[in-house]
Design a protein around this ligand. Structure first.
Ligand code: GAL
Length: 680
């Protein structure tokens, strides 16, 4: 496994570079990512390039044995550019152009910006595409960071119409697909079609979903422009990647990752944990359940693990963490400092979840500009910070780390995750707490708690290796999806479809068929009614199969078996649908398809999964106390303690203890890298 560092030579005097490079080398770092925000230093005026500093920086790093990952600098267009060509700046939903002074202020569809992008990326690739010290490229930086995917400029309006023309060919087709007869929205010329942001009421969901798809496609197309240039100049051995934000809703991660050699994400566990609970978009817990007893400075392993799993699923291939937190961040609400153990724990946790390399952010804390309060491996004053000492200690574990990352990533259960489903439900949640991502997260958490391994996958993935597949909400139903899932079940798989499945068509219209639309024959049940349940409202449940208690809350659907062999596993015990089914199961071919008609709580999800795991003969890991999580890669199952206290559990008849901020390997408990970090 390779370890690396994000470095900004342009932030420091040249005399310092060799000292830094030497210290990096001594800490066992092999990769150094540079230059992703340095456009102005590369091209101080239009067409006038200055490569001296970058040549020298690369030479200094290379002399210390480091290999360089070059970032294309397009996340930070220089002031001369935005001043001379103000049209490149994105326009927000209120019609205001973004100003210079930070980053990511550009529009993805703007032709002038494309021209400048092509010039700087070509120049960079021509110069360093065959440089012996360069091993790979990162395109731009965190597309979408600071919520910058949606732009409402004239260029986007025109590009959106082109996108619609390509999709629908005729206005008649578009009008039919969007149901524009409603409220007299019918379009009789392409130019009439607006971007869906300034209308007084909420937008037409078909119009809005197409805009969301278009905006994601625009980012992917912008990346492709850069990719084409890079591929035509760089050595075939160089990799090209991008560093995504974890769980970011506005870009289809599968589409973005597809043309890249591998995908990366930027992991900031304490920052992400701070935003995991609460009443806002993207909070993985929301108001559902309180997060566990984590040490304040380690983040939440479910949240971090979920983002790792999501990123793995984008290519179903090991990924990199291109920015790994090492100390406090500067952008959350509390930004705690971290103690010894954190860097090591996060590194191993990432490796066990499918990371092949971890690149730490950042080398040295910066004295100026936006990120003054952000930590580095070195303090502002250049003294070594906690993270650096930990890296030195990690040197002794490089061999077992490499052995772990040499092993394949496998999982027992697949959770189907799809952007169209997510986007359609974000547009019309119909219940203020209904959140597609949160539904997935609850399953991920329950599965992990039960010691079952899980992969987040697209519908198109080969599911044959997974005995159990769960679609928490296969919201958009298509015949093709139904056929694939039916084939999976007939060949022996167990499928659980959750509530709200098959409700919509790809056009974001409600299906014209009885619910769950195209999945009805597959599950052998019909949804005859559905209710959104406000806080305080609930329907009783009586289980005939899983050992499950509690009520249906949040969302409930009334099911009627509609195939001869369909059985009722859970029924409503009171309320308007007393006696009707809430969970059904149909045996089909060599497998079985279940339909779950309510939104389960965490406890109910666990009970359901225990029942399903038993039915699928899935082997579960040991029962772990709250605060411990297990991940498996290859043959190794590692148990991580994200709490402040030593934790005990029993495995194979043995009492095992995991120190705080530490982990043990179940296959090698008691020796090797068990409990080596002092608890401070
Ligand atoms: C990331 C970004 C970095 C830096 C970091 C601070 O989102 O890619 O450039 O800003 O956050 O935590």
């Amino acid at each position: 496994m390779h370890l690396g560092i994000c470095y900004y030579p342009e932030h420091w005097p040249r005399e310092r570079w060799p000292i830094d490079a030497q210290l990096m080398q001594q800490a066992g770092l092999t990769y150094v990512r540079i230059a992703e925000f340095a456009w102005q230093r590369m091209e101080p005026a239009e067409g006038a390039f200055d490569w001296d500093w970058l040549d020298e920086a690369i030479a200094v790093l290379s002399d210390a044995g480091l290999q360089v990952i070059l970032g294309t600098p397009t996340a930070a267009p220089p002031a001369w550019l935005t001043h001379a060509y103000p049209e490149v700046c994105a326009v927000d939903a209120e019609g205001r152009a973004q100003a210079h002074g930070a980053r990511r202020h550009y529009c993805f569809t703007q032709p002038t910006y494309h021209r400048h992008t092509e010039r700087i990326v070509s120049a960079l690739a021509e110069r360093y595409g065959h440089h012996p010290a360069v091993v790979g490229w990162q395109i731009d930086n965190e597309f979408g960071c600071h919520d910058t995917v949606y732009c409402y400029c004239d260029s986007c309006a025109a590009a959106f119409r082109d996108w619609l023309r390509a999709r629908y060919q005729t206005l008649d087709a578009l009008n039919a697909a969007w149901g524009t007869v409603f409220w007299s929205q019918t379009y009789t010329a392409w130019e009439q079609i607006p971007l869906p942001h300034r209308a007084p009421a909420y937008p037409n969901p078909s119009h809005a979903l197409d805009y969301i798809r278009f905006a994601s496609d625009a980012v992917v197309a912008y990346q492709q422009r850069q990719l084409d240039i890079l591929r035509s100049h760089i050595a075939p051995t160089h990799f090209v990647t991008h560093n995504l934000l974890g769980k970011y809703p506005e870009i289809n991660g599968y589409d973005l990752a597809r043309p890249l050699d591998f995908i990366c994400w930027d992991s900031y566990p304490t920052g992400y944990a701070e935003f995991a609970a609460g009443d806002f978009d993207g909070a993985l817990y929301g108001s559902d359940d309180a997060p566990g007893p984590w040490a304040y400075d380690l983040g939440d392993p479910y949240v971090t693990g979920f983002c790792h799993a999501l990123t793995y699923g984008f290519k179903q291939h090991p990924f990199w963490v291109m920015e790994q937190q090492i100390g406090q961040v500067n952008w959350a609400r509390y930004n705690p400092g971290v103690r010894p153990g954190a860097l090591r724990l996060w590194t191993w946790h990432a490796a066990a979840a499918g990371a092949d390399a971890v690149v730490y952010f950042r080398w040295r804390a910066c004295r100026f500009a936006q990120e003054q309060y952000h930590s580095g491996l070195l303090h502002h004053d250049s003294n070594l910070d906690t993270g650096y000492d930990e890296l030195l200690a990690l040197q002794d574990e490089r061999e077992p780390l490499a052995a772990l990352t040499a092993a394949p990533v496998t999982a027992q259960v697949a959770l189907l995750f799809d952007y169209d489903d997510w986007w359609a439900l974000r547009l019309q949640p119909h219940h203020r707490d209904y959140d597609y991502l949160r539904e997935h997260f609850r399953y991920y958490r329950a599965l992990t708690q039960l010691g079952l391994t899980v992969a987040l996958l697209p519908y198109e993935a080969d599911l044959s290796a997974y005995p159990l597949v769960i679609a928490p909400s296969a919201h958009i139903g298509t015949e093709e999806r139904a056929a694939r899932l039916t084939a999976y079940v007939e060949q022996g798989g167990a499928l659980l479809l959750g509530a709200r499945s098959g409700f919509k068509t790809p056009e974001n219209l409600v299906t014209a068929d009885p619910l769950p639309g195209p999945f009805r024959a597959l599950v052998g049940a019909t949804v005859v009614a559905w209710h959104s349940l406000p806080p305080g409202a609930s329907y009783g449940l009586r289980s005939l199969g899983p050992n499950l208690t509690g009520m249906a809350t949040g969302w409930a659907e009334c099911l009627a078996p509609s195939a001869p062999q369909t059985e009722t596993l859970v029924a409503y015990s009171d309320g308007p649908w007393e006696g009707y089914a809430a969970l059904t199961r149909q045996p089909l071919g060599n497998g079985q398809a279940l339909y779950l008609g309510w939104r389960p709580t965490l406890e109910q999800t666990r009970a359901l999964l225990i029942y399903l795991a038993r039915g699928c003969s899935l082997e579960r890991g040991p029962q772990l106390p709250e605060g411990l999580v297990a991940l498996q890669r290859g043959e190794q199952r590692l148990v991580f303690n994200f709490t402040d206290q030593p934790q005990r559990f029993t495995h194979a008849g043995r009492q095992l203890t995991v120190a705080p901020r530490d982990f043990i390997s179940l296959s090698r408990a008691g020796d090797a890298y068990a409990n080596v970090t002092p608890a401070l």
